[in-house]
Design a protein around this ligand. Structure first.
Ligand code: ADP
Length: 466
């Protein structure tokens, strides 16, 4: 049943829900109306019985010789006697039938005889006789000419039954019609309401990797479908941005890989052509190895980024002592810095720690310090300072190089972005160092910023909230 239900279209299911809800409401309403009418008609007939009872009490004469009889004159002897359409009986206290009045003697009512009433209080009941005859009966003690008697009045309930039967018949006929109309109406409304969804589905089906700039139609962004289209369009925009970033990255990577390869080939071809001089050959092999090293560095950097991209989950963190990590980085770069007569200083209290993946944090610092050494002039100082502030740990790498102009501060962490391409290549830079540093820090839950210090050098800051 569930799978049958799920296989139906939404508009079909909505139409059925709508029809079911209408059926329920109609049924409840019809039932309520039926109950109210039945109660009202029942109360009416009881009121009539009470009035009949009083008329009987007033109009019946008790005569010792002639017995009980219907008084032909009015209560005051002049006005015509009130007629009574009810069927009634007057009984004596000791169970003797004194008078019986049947308005339509030829009807089946005439054949009905009931035992003497015993009620000492007024009592109403409904009796069912042969051939479906329904009669409402009221009986109880009354007084006729000062003598206590038992009076029983009857009223035919068939009329009420017929009225109620009519109501049931009309409801039974109208009910399926109303429910069918509700189902059709529900289907039409659902079709109309879901039409924008169909248009969206058609448009979404047309969108491919070549047409990611297209968007879903969104005539009313405030309704539910409009909000869905907005969310979908935002997702498309993000997808488009990632896609074009990926395309740009692939193009950049190919270009970066092609440059050393072209150089390798050109140098090799020249060596082949005039390869008689062993000194020139040695030089050629030297520059070919240089290009090969550049290629290796580039491929290593690309692999590092790809590995970080592939492992989407956060890095596995441990408590890292920053002072010992910075000492390690300084030791690693001491020789390189000495070559340029640069001083590498580390300032860090011994108890500063962060929760991080040590290898990733080391990778980020290596890239920052390496850049600082490359860009800072000879005889300058590079400071690595770490400290714990109120609610964060801050590690900064500061150099006295040319700095980075403000307009590049946003782009500097993009893959393959360089301020001075030729200079970077000449240093053997891949253009991926800062992108790797940023990714490594962010994977540890931190952030990396470039402080505006141009032209007085660069200050890169790594910050971790604690
Ligand atoms: P690269 O391999 O070229 O160094 P990076 O991603 O590490 O690539 O750096 C990107 C660019 O940012 C560099 O080409 C350089 O122009 C600039 N840059 C990075 N660090 C510094 C720095 N400390 N001082 C000045 N410029 C820098």
């Amino acid at each position: 049943m569930k799978s049958w239900w799920q296989r139906r279209s939404v508009r079909f299911r909505l139409a059925l829900w709508y029809a079911a809800a209408t059926a329920f409401v109609l049924f409840a309403f019809a039932w309520f109306v039926y109950e109210v009418i039945e109660h009202r008609l029942g109360a009416d007939i009881d009121r009539q019985l009470r009035s009949d009872f009083e008329v009987v009490e007033a109009q019946v004469d008790l005569d010792a010789e002639e017995g009980a009889q219907w008084n032909v004159h009015g209560a005051h002897g002049d006005e015509p006697s009130p007629t009574i359409s009810a069927w009634f009986e007057v009984w004596s206290d000791n169970g003797e039938l004194l008078l019986r009045h049947v308005p339509f003697p030829n009807t089946s009512n005439n054949n009905v005889s009931l035992p003497a009433p015993t009620a000492s209080t007024l009592k109403f009941r409904t009796l069912k006789f042969a051939r479906g005859l329904l009669v409402r009966v009221m009986e109880g003690p009354g007084r006729v000419e000062g003598r206590s008697v038992l009076i029983r009045v009857f009223r035919d309930q068939m009329e009420i039954r017929r009225t109620l039967g009519e109501i049931i018949k009309v409801s039974a006929l109208g009910f399926p019609l109303a429910v069918t109309l509700a189902a059709i109406g529900g289907y039409l409304i659902a079709t109309r309401s879901l039409r924008p969804l169909d248009a969206m589905a058609r448009q979404a089906r047309r969108i491919s990797s070549e047409s990611l700039s297209e968007r879903l139609p969104n005539p009313n962004p405030n309704d539910e479908l409009g909000r869905l289209a907005t969310v979908f369009n935002e997702t498309l925009a993000r997808l488009e941005a990632s896609f074009s970033e990926l395309q740009r990255f692939t193009a950049d990577a190919s270009h970066e890989l092609r440059s050393p390869l072209t150089a390798l080939r050109a140098v090799g071809e020249v060596a082949l052509r005039d390869g008689s001089d062993p000194v020139a050959l040695c030089e050629t092999i030297g520059s070919m190895l240089e290009e090969a090293q550049r290629l290796t560095d580039l491929v290593d950097a690309l692999l590092t980024l790809a590995r970080m991209d592939a492992t989407k989950a956060d890095a596995v963190r441990e408590e890292v002592n920053i002072a010992s990590l910075l000492d390690e980085v300084r030791d690693q770069f001491e020789v390189l810095a000495n070559e340029k007569r640069q001083t590498l200083t580390v300032t860090c209290p011994g108890d500063v720690t962060v929760q991080a993946d040590r290898t990733l944090l080391h990778l980020a610092l290596v890239n920052l310090v390496h850049n600082a050494i490359q860009h800072a002039p000879v005889d300058s100082q590079i400071s690595i300072i770490a400290m714990r502030n109120a609610n964060e740990v801050d590690i900064s790498v500061k150099d006295n190089g040319p700095g980075i102009p403000c307009e590049y501060h946003e782009k500097i962490f993009e893959r393959f972005f360089r301020v001075d391409k030729a200079r970077s290549r000449a240093h053997g830079g891949t253009g991926l160092g800062l992108a790797i540093a940023k990714q490594a820090v962010e994977r540890n839950g931190g952030r990396i910023i470039l402080e505006d210090n141009s032209p007085g050098g660069s200050v890169f800051r790594i910050q971790f909230e604690t």
